[in-house]
Each structure stands twice: as structure tokens, then as C-alpha cells.
Ligand binder design. Structure first.
Ligand SMILES: Cc1cc2nc3c(=O)[nH]c(=O)nc-3n(C[C@H](O)[C@H](O)[C@H](O)COP(=O)(O)OP(=O)(O)OC[C@H]3O[C@@H](n4cnc5c(N)ncnc54)[C@H](O)[C@@H]3O)c2cc1C
Length: 375
């Protein structure tokens, strides 16, 4: 079996590794370098704190694989608890956390509510004064996402995959004269035919499929993050649902993010630098979270992708054409499982019904919902 994977982000390289492990002849086409997509701009916050049964299973599998891969080809995964909280006067999100935690536990997740005093004792640097409800997930950790993509790409090549960087690829539309055109890949070097094609081109996925007359409802939107200068501070990974920001340890400093703009962006024309409003907002958030601000090291923006129902588009969208996109800001932490699942589906044919991309017509209108919001 010959399979083409378009896109060497976290999902594409994981799928390529799985396919190569199953003796599939796999070629990955990447228009830039293997870390030039969203995976190279992600924050690397990873957890399995999902209330839905399928999501919890995927989160669990992804974390197991991160730990399995840790130490391989320069990739390291650091275990670190994930705390999420709602502050006073935000009853909507406080209620959401109280409601989520038992469902996560019912799905076997190691999560629990944690009272402010316990949180303060464990993490004295955190400001818990106005916390109404907090929860902690112990099966969680962080990493440098680009190092994951590089390490898994190297491993995929060691296992037999071919990865062609700086090679943009397009799908062709079916026609009476070329009935199998969808699985024919066009690059600046010519055409190549495959038994199946996986489109894992992140924010470009809607455009790549549209060239083959395959419509999908997917909207790229901007999110932002920054890192601080080194500062000795002991914090968990934290999501303040009321403030709408997250932070995690990053070297000797912090990585802080969100800055979501729920506006559809052109994947080839968007501002890569962080906005001034985001930088100012983070100063206020850090005052709330740890009672002080920090000198900034680096700030940037990147793209996430939204779907009408917030669930991924993962599966066969046209005969022998598979899609893997639409992660709503949670693509990196689930990539080790999502890439594995789509590879299995390409080989064996079984997918997840709830993520079937054919559940949509492709022309749906919808609002972009912030991925992390629990309100
Ligand atoms: C600032 C920021 C912080 C984030 N933080 C987190 C986080 O903490 N945890 C988390 O889970 N997620 C996070 N995300 C989301 C995460 O980055 C994405 O969900 C994930 O990286 C998507 O991986 P992917 O492989 O699907 O896509 P990508 O990594 O975008 O890879 C797609 C690849 O396809 C290539 N491509 C596009 N078109 C073509 C073409 N025609 N031919 C060939 N190649 C093509 C692109 O160059 C790219 O390399 C964050 C995102 C941003 C921007």
C-alpha cells in the first residue's frame, strides 16, 4: 500500500510513523520545514482532563505515548500537574468545573477538585485568594512541541518513511478523464499516484481539499503566547477559566498564552507577531495569577482551527482521501493518539463515528468557539 501524507506537523509525522511501522510505503509532503506549521508555535500544554469518554481515551493514549517517546531523538516530556480554576463571581465556570470533574473521574482520569488551602500549600507562589473552584489533573505535562515533531519525523524516516520538505503538494479534482485524481499528488516536481492520501495540513486543510472539490467546514483563527525571562517560581500548569489565559513552567521562566481572536483568518495572510492588547492583558493576568509581572522574552501568534461542533474532522472524506484537522486548540496534546488513529483507519478502515468528517456538508456557517473555554 502506498500512502501520501500532506503536512509534517505533529499529526502528520505521527501518522507517517504509524504507517511506516505497519510496512506501508509512506511519503510525507511538507510545504515548509517540519516545524513551520502550528506545531512549531504551540505552547506544549498536555493533559487528559476531558469529560467525554472518547476524548478521555484519546488524552490518555496521547500522554502514554508522549512518555513512551520521551528521551528519543532529543524529545523530552516533563510531567507536571494541570490546575484549572474559576474565580469568584464566575458561577457559570465554577459550576462547569464542579460538573466536569466527576465525569472525568468516571472516565478513569486522575483528577479531583482541590481546595484553595491545599493549592496554596503546594504552590505558595499562586494567588488563590479569589478562587471559587479549582481542579487538578495529575496525568499531565509539558514539552517543546517542535522537538516532538523533529523526533517523530526522524523516527518515521528511520522506520522507512520518506519526508520531502519544501515540497508543497496539491490534490486534484476528480473528472471523467482522471477518475482517481483525488489520490494523485501534484508537486513542483510532477505527479505521483497513491492508494490513499492523508491531508493533515493544519490551517491550510480547507484550501487543500477545496482544490479537489471536497468542501469541509474549518476556520483558522489566531491565538497568542509569550515566554518570560528566567525567574525562579514554582507553579503547575494553570488555566484560569475566568481570566481566559493559561501558563506553564518554561525553562526557568513561564510560558503564558491564549489571546484568542475568534475571527476566521486566511492561512497565508495573518499577523505572526503578538498584539499589544495581548501583551498588556498578560501583565494583568500575571498580577492576578502570581501577584507580579515579568520581563518578556518572546511573544508570537499562531493559528488554531475550529469546526462547527468543536470536534475534529478525522476520517475518510472522499474515497481514499482522509482528513485530520480541526483540533480547537487541542491538537498538539492529542497528536500522538490522533495520528495513530488515522493511520489505523487508513489501513483497517475503522474510524470514530463522532469525528467522521462526512457528518457535515462542508458549507455550514458557524461561530468560532474558544477551545479552552469551559463556560
Ligand atoms: C500559540 C499556540 C499555542 C498552542 N498551544 C497548544 C497547546 O498547549 N496544546 C495543544 O494541544 N495545542 C496547542 N496549540 C494548537 C496546536 O498547535 C495545533 O492544534 C497542532 O499543532 C496542529 O498540528 P497539525 O499537525 O494538525 O498541524 P500543523 O502543525 O499546522 O502542521 C500542518 C503542516 O502542513 C503543512 N502544509 C500546509 N499546506 C501544505 C501543502 N499544500 N503541502 C504540504 N504541506 C502543507 C504546513 O506547513 C504545516 O507544517 C497551540 C497553537 C498555537 C498557535
Amino acid at each position: 500500500m502506498r500512502v501520501a501524507v500532506l503536512g509534517a506537523g505533529a499529526v502528520g509525522v505521527t501518522a507517517a510513523l504509524e504507517l511506516a511501522s505497519q510496512d506501508v510505503d509512506v511519503t510525507v509532503y511538507e510545504q515548509g520545514t517540519i516545524e513551520s506549521g502550528s506545531s512549531g508555535r504551540a505552547a506544549g500544554v498536555c493533559y487528559d482532563a476531558y469529560a467525554g469518554r472518547i476524548d478521555a481515551r484519546i488524552g490518555d493514549r496521547a500522554l502514554a505515548r508522549f512518555q513512551e517517546f520521551s528521551g528519543m531523538n532529543g524529545f523530552d516530556f516533563t510531567l507536571c500537574p494541570y490546575v484549572w480554576l474559576a474565580r469568584e463571581n464566575d458561577e457559570k465556570r465554577a459550576a462547569a468545573i464542579r460538573e466536569q470533574v466527576p465525569r472525568m473521574r468516571a472516565n478513569g482520569r486522575d483528577v479531583s477538585l482541590i481546595d484553595s488551602e491545599t493549592l496554596r500549600e503546594r504552590y505558595p507562589a499562586l494567588n488563590v485568594d479569589s478562587v471559587a473552584v479549582a481542579a487538578i489533573a495529575r496525568n499531565a505535562g509539558h514539552t517543546d512541541p517542535a522537538s516532538y515533531v523533529r523526533a517523530v519525523a526522524d523516527h518515521a524516516v528511520e522506520t522507512g518513511a520518506t519526508i520531502l520538505t519544501n515540497t508543497p503538494a496539491t490534490l486534484r479534482a476528480q473528472s471523467e478523464t482522471i477518475p482517481n485524481a483525488n489520490t494523485e499528488i501534484e508537486t513542483p516536481d510532477g505527479h505521483e499516484s497513491f492508494d490513499a492520501v492523508l491531508v493533515a495540513t493544519g490551517a491550510h486543510t480547507k484550501h487543500v481539499l477545496a482544490a479537489a472539490d471536497i468542501p469541509i467546514p474549518l476556520k483558522p483563527y489566531r491565538v497568542q503566547a509569550l515566554t518570560t525571562e528566567p525567574i525562579a517560581i514554582d507553579v503547575p500548569m494553570l488555566f484560569d477559566a475566568t481570566g481566559g489565559y493559561y501558563l506553564r513552567p518554561h525553562g526557568d521562566g513561564l510560558l503564558v498564552g491564549d489571546g484568542t481572536e475568534p475571527i476566521e483568518r486566511d492561512p497565508d495572510g495573518w499577523k505572526r507577531e503578538a498584539d499589544e492588547w495581548f501583551l498588556e492583558a498578560i501583565e494583568t493576568h500575571l498580577e492576578t495569577a502570581v501577584g507580579r509581572t515579568f520581563a518578556r522574552d518572546r511573544a508570537w501568534a499562531g493559528l488554531c482551527t475550529a469546526t462547527p461542533d468543536g470536534d475534529p474532522l478525522l476520517g475518510e472524506i472522499a474515497p481514499n482521501v482522509f482528513v485530520a484537522a480541526g483540533w480547537q486548540g487541542h491538537g498538539f496534546m492529542r497528536a500522538p493518539a490522533l495520528g495513530e488513529m488515522i493511520a489505523e483507519q487508513i489501513v483497517d478502515g475503522d474510524g470514530i463515528e463522532a469525528f467522521d468528517p462526512k457528518r457535515f456538508d462542508g458549507d455550514e456557517t458557524f461561530e468560532i468557539r474558544e477551545g479552552m473555554d469551559i463556560g
